[in-house]
Design a binder for this molecule. Structure first.
Ligand code: SF4
Length: 315
């Protein structure tokens, strides 16, 4: 048990359902029979958001970011209202999505209360995405055009944008430098695929990459940083234990032991007690760049990106 305060960045995995089937997904929650329902009732989700907003911030921090993830969070029918509630509670809001449901109408609906949109993009090649499992039930992945349109629309709506890429054995030789460098995003998080028992370990023979292979992927994309985008590489050693995460049952969880470990439900035990029941390494969190100016105040990387991107994609 640790005594760390809840950090300024928290991920809330609202639901376990997803319309994609990525083999490397670490958030299937299939191993825990208690996560039977797709998600908590709406009122309980709102209460969790309130509890996260009310939890004391670490010393010197002035804002907390709540990232809505899944599963695919846009499958939650009341996600727009939940984002609005988080915003009204004073949180910085982010959604991590596979992009499949990010129509212009949907983005316009959520934009007024959303600060950040993160799109998970592992590849721009259809066959690679199919091999990874990043496709819908008909085998249809998103491609360069679709991803570009989502990011362009988000830019037009003045959302700050980010891309998450998981490097695995299937996409490790790809070079997405041109697309990423021109995308207008503020941050690019590059993660080494990580085995989590009960989530994705059945596919690790197919997916795992070594640290040198991961580093080579990052190095191949040096143009992205040169374009002014903040590149955040996260090898497995940086990921474990450095995230504060909530599962679809409203419990904190961590994967520092190589599998998910869950706390008591936040709404039963309170944030402080529940968070103390999972592992969290504040130093690792800061070392991986988890503590950054996500409010966008006084951060050059967030002030210049949006118009550049809109020009690029619409050219
Ligand atoms: S899109 Fe995200 S939540 Fe869905 S299967 Fe892929 S990694 Fe998992």
């Amino acid at each position: 048990m640790h005594t760390a305060l809840l950090p300024e960045a928290v991920n809330y995995h609202l639901n376990k359902n997803c319309n994609f089937r990525c083999k490397g997904c670490y958030a299937t929650f299939d191993e825990d029979p208690s996560v039977r329902g797709v998600m908590l009732p709406r009122e309980q989700m709102f209460s969790i958001v309130e509890a996260i907003a009310a939890a004391p911030l670490p010393l010197g921090k002035t804002a907390r970011k709540l990232t809505f993830a899944g599963g695919e969070p846009t499958l939650c029918p009341w996600l727009p209202e939940l984002i609005a509630h988080a915003k009204a509670c004073g949180l910085v809001t982010m959604v991590v999505t596979n992009g499949s449901r990010c129509t212009p109408d949907y983005l316009r609906r959520v934009a007024p209360m959303l600060d950040w949109l993160t799109v998970s993009i592992d590849s721009l090649d259809a066959e690679t995405n199919r091999a990874i499992g990043r496709h819908d039930s008909k085998g249809q992945p998103l491609g360069t055009k679709a991803y570009g349109q989502i990011l362009a629309e988000a830019a037009m709506l003045r959302l700050r944008t980010k891309i998450n890429t998981v490097v695995n054995r299937i996409n490790q030789c790809e070079d997405m430098s041109g697309f990423i460098a021109d995308s207008g995003i503020a941050r690019w998080k590059v993660l080494q695929v990580m085995a989590v028992e009960g989530q994705n370990d059945a596919h690790m023979d197919l997916l795992s990459v070594t640290r040198p292979e991961f580093d080579a992927f990052v190095a191949r994309h040096h143009r992205v940083a040169e374009a002014g985008i903040r590149v955040v590489p996260e090898p497995v050693t940086s990921i474990r234990g450095s995230y504060a995460m909530i599962d679809p049952q409203g419990r904190f969880f961590d994967s520092s032991a190589g599998r998910h470990t869950y706390s008591a439900p936040i709404l039963n035990s309170g944030v402080a007690l529940a968070f103390a029941q999972v592992s969290f390494d504040r130093v690792a969190f800061e070392q991986r760049g988890g503590s950054y100016d996500f409010t966008g105040q006084g951060t050059p990387e967030l002030s210049a990106d949006v118009p550049v991107f809109a020009r690029t994609v619409n050219a």
